[in-house]
Design a protein around this ligand. Structure first.
Ligand SMILES: NC(=O)C[C@H](N)C(=O)O
Length: 310
């Protein structure tokens, strides 16, 4: 069953014209993560590379393609967690960085803190030699169009966001049984300046523990934070639930208790995995035992061989 990698490209209602490209993007990221695992690479390398690839893909709400805050600017959140040690690293409200997930990993590896924010995160990036990119290079025409639309007096940014998400994330177990997760996002459409969502918060926007499993979620960040969605799923798994049962229990709870929609990718130490969502759609893909699994709508589950010549 090992190794395995599972990736999501955001929960929501993905417009038809973007759906296929979103599926192509998650499949590509999954193949990349799986190739690393097959060569004996560690789970952390696999999830970071898979997520970085989706940050570079303008189809997703992370890195280039991020949604804009109310001022029309890009502020991004990202986190990683290492299931061996429970070490974690995150950045929040960071600007002008192409790959926040790689910066989050540096926070984990090079500082004694778990999260750096805003200007402090940018200063740390500079000190690590991470190049600053022009803000314009992260902004797509699509993001600008949605920002403008949501400035209208009758707009409902949360509902619009629930309609079209695109946060990215990955979980993996390597051949040694080490588990990791990574999540990255531009956040919620037209959010207030300085808003920090679930993504960089341990237990909300991700969790990884070699003894239990790992989760990377997507969805309405404030709802995810209220129920600490990632840790809640692992709590249910500690009580004996499968990744699928635990995900469904926690997503149902989030919907009923705080009216929040979302989705998750989950693994356990044996390599059992799940991709579950309460939103209309979530683009997801998983690679295990030479097979690539993927889907977008509820009940959809396609399987094809993983092509390793990437
Ligand atoms: N698209 C998303 O998943 C949004 C993210 N969870 C946030 O609230 O920042």
């Amino acid at each position: 069953m090992l190794p395995v990698v599972v990736v999501h490209g955001g929960a929501g209602h993905i417009p038809k014209e973007r759906a296929e490209l979103s599926t192509i993007g998650v499949k590509e990221a999954t193949r990349t993560g799986y190739a690393i695992l097959q060569k004996g690479g560690c789970a952390m390398d696999a999830v970071v590379e898979a997520v970085a690839l989706m940050e570079n893909n303008p189809r997703f709400n992370a890195g280039r393609g991020s949604v804009l805050n109310v001022k029309g600017e890009v502020e991004m959140d990202a986190m990683v967690m290492d299931g061996r040690t429970l070490d974690s690293g995150a950045v929040s409200a960071v600007r002008r960085i192409a790959n926040p997930v790689q910066l989050a990993r540096l926070v984990m590896e090079k500082t004694k803190h778990l999260c750096l924010t805003a200007e402090g995160a940018s200063k740390f990036a500079r000190s690590m030699g991470v190049p600053e990119v022009p803000e314009e290079s992260l902004i797509t025409d699509y993001a600008k169009m949605r920002w403008k639309k949501n400035l209208q007096p009758d707009a409902n940014p949360v509902e619009c966001q629930m309609g079209k998400m695109g946060t990215v994330g990955a979980v993996a177990v390597d051949k040694d049984g080490n588990i990791a997760c990574a999540t990255s996002t531009g956040g919620m459409i037209n959010k207030m300046e300085g808003r920090v969502g679930d993504t960089p918060c341990v237990g909300c926007g991700g969790y990884a523990d070699n003894n239990i499993g790992a989760v990377s979620p997507t969805g309405h960040g404030e709802a995810i934070m209220k129920v600490t969605l990632s840790r809640l799923i692992l709590f249910h798994m500690e009580q004996g639930k499968t990744p699928e049962e635990a995900s469904d229990l926690a997503l149902t709870y989030m919907k009923e208790r705080v009216d929040g929609l979302g989705g998750v990718v989950v693994v356990d130490p044996k390599g059992t995995w799940a991709a579950r969502f309460s939103s209309l759609q979530m683009s997801w893909a998983a690679a295990q035992q030479g097979e690539l699994h993927f889907g977008l709508y509820h009940g959809e589950h396609f399987v094809e061989p993983v092509q390793e010549n990437i």
